[in-house]
Design a protein around this ligand. Structure first.
Ligand SMILES: Nc1ncnc2c1ncn2[C@@H]1O[C@H](COP(=O)(O)OP(=O)(O)OP(=O)(O)O)[C@@H](O)[C@H]1O
Ligand SMILES: [Mg+2]
Length: 250
């Protein structure tokens, strides 16, 4: 099993009604890979992430996690293994940062109160928020809330982390702190599939950048090649524009 790629997406097709939004997507991710996805609005980036943890069903092709088709896995089990961080933080307002993080390990993994609390504090420390453990979401900045969201996902010991524009809802001055946490995670060997406009992150952390347009992969490759020597003019233009708008965040 361990010779399999961690993630294999093979000829994925996805329709919403009559509209085919993913038109045969194939790629693989090894353990510790950081796959960055970019593309225009509506190109299917979020849909692709949602297919991976089955927030939406797909009609053709296959996605495997660690050798097992996700469609054959128990959905709860799949989502235990695949952490997801969205643009919105979705923290419970009536729970502190620590309590938000403890919830999954308590309810889903069956950890004791003490185990879950200890793990939550470890994860808060990892994202630089040890001092905010007892703060409620309303007392945290957007960047801090997003870091709690990341800590919450990490506390479940995921094999894979999905990020869908985790910094898009943040004020510009708060983006850097979240990107920094993501870069640390990547360096620490987390396998990550990331939709982002942050080209600083992509350059620093991506093992591969994939450019999606209208449900197809236009091209993909390591950041050095895609930035310096893209095959398609369209890729060059798109990356240039993103770099101009979201180049360096810190
Ligand atoms: N629940 C849905 N029902 C019907 N169509 C949908 C649904 N979700 C997405 N779509 C359509 O699927 C296509 C791809 O959408 P998707 O959200 O994956 O794009 P995206 O690349 O993430 O865009 P953005 O950069 O704006 O987030 C779009 O045409 C969109 O309108
Ligand atoms: Mg999207």
């Amino acid at each position: 099993m361990s010779d399999d790629p961690l993630v294999r997406v093979d000829d994925l097709h996805k329709r919403y009604g009559d509209e085919e939004v993913l038109k045969g997507i194939s790629f693989e991710m090894d353990r510790q890979d950081v796959q960055v996805l970019v593309g225009p609005s509506g190109s299917g980036k979020s849909t692709l992430l949602r297919c991976v943890n089955r927030l939406t069903e797909f009609q053709g092709g296959e996605i495997t996690l660690d050798g097992t088709p996700v469609t054959e896995m128990d959905v709860d089990d799949l989502r235990r293994q695949v952490g997801m961080v969205f643009q919105d933080f979705n923290l419970f307002a009536h729970l502190t940062a620590k309590e938000n993080i403890m919830l999954g390990p308590r309810r889903v993994l069956g950890k004791t109160e003490e185990e879950a609390a200890e793990r939550a504090l470890d994860e808060l420390d990892r994202v630089g928020l040890a001092a905010q453990a007892d703060s409620y979401p309303a007392e945290l900045s957007g960047g801090q809330k997003q870091r709690v969201g990341i800590a919450r996902a990490l506390a479940m010991d995921p094999k894979l982390m999905l990020f869908d524009e985790p910094t898009s809802a943040l004020d510009p001055e708060l983006i850097g702190e979240v990107v920094e946490v993501m870069e640390d995670l990547a360096e620490g060997g987390m396998t990550m599939l990331v939709v982002t406009h942050e080209m600083g992150f992509a350059r620093a952390a991506a093992t591969d950048i994939m450019f999606l347009d209208q449900g197809r992969i236009v091209e993909h490759g390591p950041p050095e090649r895609l930035f310096e020597n893209p095959e398609h003019e369209r890729t060059a233009q798109f990356l240039e524009r993103l770099t101009r708008l979201h180049g360096e965040t810190r």
